[in-house]
Design a protein around this ligand. Structure first.
Ligand code: KIV
Ligand code: ZN
Length: 529
């Protein structure tokens, strides 16, 4: 292709929309979605690898843990801009800079709530807030060439005041102006209009990039973000799986695939390699403990499933009858042939590769043992079964608490009884407890052997494949003194999966305590939203 051809090709004539991922900041601040340090590093690497333009890696002043994670992500980044969040306070901005300065391309993102309700919190008058914005953006700009500024709750801020503060931030040196719909209040036409009018009205607006940051309280986050792009925004802030507080943020995979699929009416392009979406979605679901709903657009288990006879018939004749995207485009293997008990290690390794999972030789050995056990109990082992095994096989070596054996007696006639054997710090111990159902009895037995104050915040069971021999994946979320830990496990026996998930969460709580000591957030994120 000649240069002239390239210039005229549809891809190069389309406007580039920057993808700003905030899974590790806005996503992680969703109650219960706390990730460990290593998990944050892994997700950042996947985002970078997938072609995300800007990664908001955390809120460095919020805790030591956040600071360490942002610093390390900044050091490891390959091509993404690494951004840290800071309130409109000089110590926040300094701390943020300390964390991101190691990145090849650092960005400081500073914000303040500008709507009447948010102005009332620091009790600043309009003039005082305007001065604060000028001072903090100037300070950030003196430290870093790349500064983003956000008027939090912009969609409920008075129009004249919004124009005034955006102009101040631009003059003070911000090169990206993000317009957050903090409470998910706006609607598509309004969202497009707001950006368009700001670009037309505010002096200097043509020299900066406008970003859109939407929340999903009314289920319109993706629609609002795409409308903002039509209005002139060229950066979309989003999270994997739409993770985020309350109803979540705009889902990255939805924005990227909408732009890719409807290029006819949305003449834009992103730098995201869409074939990597499925893998990162699964990893975020696993590490955050927030399972993806089955009918979630793009990455839900049913998003490409065709059950009804009419649909299946149409699909066999021509996939486009019912599919507007190809499963391969989001990283789903085209065919999913199940493995069975005669499949060997090479077949398992090939399947894992197909599923985008890379494991070392030792982990493969462990997964293979579990795969054989499962294949003995289950005729066909599907992709989702294998992914569940991978989840269940990670960080087992560090576990101080291990399940050895569990026997449960339950029925309609009385309380259930669980006889549990565990290894705790290398010592075998056992207990028998009764409870209100098999799971309650099992959890009581775990607590009899390992007393804990941790409070059970969430217990969730999903069948990963079909049939009565399907594996159940169980997610458990525990909270103790502000520390949150999630555990997951899978087994064809739901009670065994529950015991393992509970023990997994307890192990992770022990690791978090041991590693970081008092890793409780110093700033309550709730104050921001
Ligand atoms: O929703 C919001 O307003 C935010 C800001 C901190 C940008 O997350
Ligand atoms: Zn937000």
């Amino acid at each position: 292709m000649t240069d002239t051809d390239k210039a005229a090709s549809p891809e190069t004539t389309k406007d580039r929309v920057l993808i700003f991922d905030t899974t590790l900041r806005d996503g992680e601040q969703s109650p219960g979605a706390t990730m460990t340090h290593d998990e944050k590093l892994e997700i950042a690497e996947l985002l970078d690898d997938m072609g995300v333009d800007i990664i908001e890696a955390g809120f460095p002043i919020a805790s030591e843990g956040d600071f360490r994670a942002v610093s390390e992500i900044a050091k490891n980044a390959k091509s993404a801009v690494i951004c840290g969040l800071a309130r409109a306070q000089l110590p926040d901005i300094d701390r943020c800079w300390e964390a991101i300065r190691h990145a090849d391309q650092p960005r400081i993102h500073t914000f303040i709530g500008t709507s009447p309700l948010h102005r009332a919190i620091p009790n600043l008058s309009m003039d005082e807030m305007a001065e604060r914005i000028h001072d903090t953006v100037t300070h950030a700009r003196n430290l870093c060439d790349n500064v983003q500024w956000s008027p939090m709750d912009a969609t409920r801020t008075e129009w004249d005041y919004l124009c005034r503060v955006v102009e101040i931030a631009i003059k003070a040196g911000a090169s990206t102006i993000n317009i957050p719909d903090t409470v998910g209040y706006t609607a598509p036409r309004e969202s497009a209009d707001l950006i368009k009018r700001l670009i037309e009205t505010v002096p200097g607006a043509g020299d900066v990039i406008f970003a859109t940051h939407c929340h999903n309280d009314l289920g319109m986050a993706t629609a609002n973000a795409l409308a903002a792009v039509e209005g002139g925004a060229r950066q979309v802030e989003c999270t994997i799986n739409g993770l985020g507080e309350r109803a979540g943020n705009t889902a990255l995979e939805e924005v990227v695939m909408a732009i890719r699929t409807r290029g006819d009416i949305m003449p834009f392009t992103t730098g995201v390699e869409t074939q990597k979406l499925m893998h990162i979605s699964r990893r975020v679901a696993t590490v955050s403990g927030f399972a993806v709903q089955f009918n979630k657009a793009i990455v839900g288990k049913n998003a490409f499933a065709h059950e009804s006879g009419i649909h299946q018939d149409g699909m066999l004749k021509n996939a486009e009858t019912f599919e507007i995207m190809r499963p391969e485009d989001v990283g789903l293997a085209g065919t999913s042939l199940p493995l069975g008990k005669h499949s060997g290690r090479a077949a398992l390794r090939a399947k894992l590769k197909d599923l985008g999972v890379e494991v070392g030789d030792n982990q493969l050995k462990d997964i293979f043992v579990r795969f054989k056990e499962l294949a003995d109990r289950k005729k066909e082992v599907y992709d989702d079964d294998i992914l569940a095994l991978v989840t269940a096989t990670t960080d087992g070596d560090l576990d101080r608490l291990q399940l050895i054996n569990l026997k449960v007696v339950c029925g309609t006639g009385g309380p259930a009884e669980a006889a549990l054997e565990m290894e705790i710090d290398g010592k075998e111990v056992s207990a028998t407890c009764s409870g209100d159902g098999p799971v309650d009895a099992t959890f009581k037995a775990v607590r009899a052997l390992h007393p804990t104050e941790a409070h059970l915040q969430l217990y969730q069971v999903n069948a990963v494949t079909e049939g009565t021999d399907a594996q159940a994946t169980v997610s458990v979320r525990l909270e103790e003194d502000g520390l949150i830990s999630t555990g997951q496990s899978a087994d064809t026996d739901t009670v065994v999966a529950s015991a393992k998930a509970y023990i997994h969460a307890l192990n992770r709580l022990l690791v978090r305590r041991g590693k970081t000591g008092k890793d409780v957030k110093e700033i309550s994120y709730k104050d921001l939203h």
